[in-house]
Write a protein that binds this ligand. Structure first.
Ligand code: AMP
Ligand code: MG
Length: 327
């Protein structure tokens, strides 16, 4: 079974081809182009969608070339139907619909967040993990029960990715800023006290963002170091509580922020204390990519024949805990 997956929820336009044999999946190609706003600015949905429209033909043809297949070899097509930015989502959906209707290939709308989790499970081999999803659009702690991912804790305001990106932009970095903040943080070890806000199993980052902006005039490096230490300690506390409560023996981190070495170092220590296995998505596949959508579509295909073109919706708000998983 060969699938094509199309991701276009925010900054990334990506197409991937995966070959599925039983429970195994082999990524044959994963090609992407990332929209980068001007320094100091965030994603402009119209500009991002223009970027996706302009790049979609080359990304798609490079992806098929790299996988050494043609469109006619595809058994299914999946696209990210949400959550995400409306104008961006529509680009992926239009490409998927056009191919599916012209070539008569079954089509699958996929929840982007579920995609992060399923690809993480495929690539790490985690079986029944507590999942920490940390990305531009999500900060969530999840456990699977009775066919649905249940939210154990989440952010009450902005996500961890937004915290890093918004702070980074305020000091003139180009978005996405997580990687640059990580580099700057490595050059300091001076901790400046910042507000630490864990409420039950949830975290709140907006006060931390304002406070970090107010200490930055002394040293950007100290501010980045202190921001990371505080934000990651907060999420680690929530993970530790969730591990004690759920008694899960595996922790899986997925989403773009999973690329951060300091975050994984802290969470590895939490896992050690709880006798829990630590899994992390490989850096190349931690952030948004076509493979996450492709693999989830292939899993859906085990139990569903695809949807009719009238049902190829896109929806900006589509919570992952509302998705029933039957495969
Ligand atoms: P995603 O939405 O899953 O593609 O993740 C994008 C988010 O990951 C953005 O907010 C980035 O700033 C963040 N990110 C990427 N690399 C790193 C890193 N090394 N450290 C922290 N955050 C990162
Ligand atoms: Mg994402």
């Amino acid at each position: 079974m060969i699938g094509l997956g199309i991701e276009s929820t925010a900054h990334t336009f990506s197409c991937a081809v995966i070959e599925k044999n039983g429970k195994k999946g082999k990524i044959l190609s994963d090609v992407r182009e990332i929209y980068r706003p001007p320094k100091g600015e965030g994603i402009h949905p119209r500009e991002a969608s223009r970027h996706h429209i302009e790049n979609s033909p080359t990304v798609l043809s490079d992806c098929l070339k790299e996988a050494k297949i043609t469109i006619k070899d595809l058994d299914i097509i999946s696209y990210a139907a949400g959550p995400g930015l409306g104008p961006c989502l529509r680009v992926g959906a239009v490409v998927a619909r056009s191919l599916a209707s012209y070539y008569d290939i079954p089509i699958y709308p996929v929840n982007h967040a579920i995609g992060h989790i399923e690809l993480g499970k495929l690539l790490t081999g985690a079986k029944n993990p507590l999942v920490l999803l940390v990305s531009g659009g999500h900060t969530m702690l999840l456990a699977f029960l009775n066919k649905q991912w249940r939210v154990f804790g989440e952010t009450l305001d902005i996500t961890l990715g937004q915290l890093l990106d918004q702070f980074g932009r305020s000091i003139g970095l180009a978005s996405p800023c997580g990687r640059n903040i990580e580099e700057l943080a490595k050059t300091s070890s001076k901790y400046v006290t910042l507000p630490y806000s864990v409420k039950g199993n949830d975290v709140s980052y907006s006060g931390l963002l304002s406070a970090t902006k107010s200490i930055v005039q002394n040293s950007k490096a100290d501010a980045c170091f202190s921001l990371q230490e505080t934000a990651f300690a907060m999420v680690s506390e929530a993970v530790e509580r969730a591990l004690s409560f759920t008694r899960k023996k595996e922790l899986l981190i997925v989403g773009g922020v999973a690329a951060n070495k300091r975050l994984s170092e802290m969470l590895k220590n939490v896992c050690k204390r709880h006798g829990c296995k630590f899994f992390i998505s490989p850096q190349k596949f931690a952030g948004d990519c076509g493979s996450q959508i492709c693999w989830t579509g292939l899993l859906e295909n085990q139990v569903k024949k695809g949807v009719s073109l009238e049902n190829t919706f896109v929806t900006q708000s589509w919570r992952l805990d509302s998705v029933k998983i039957n495969y």
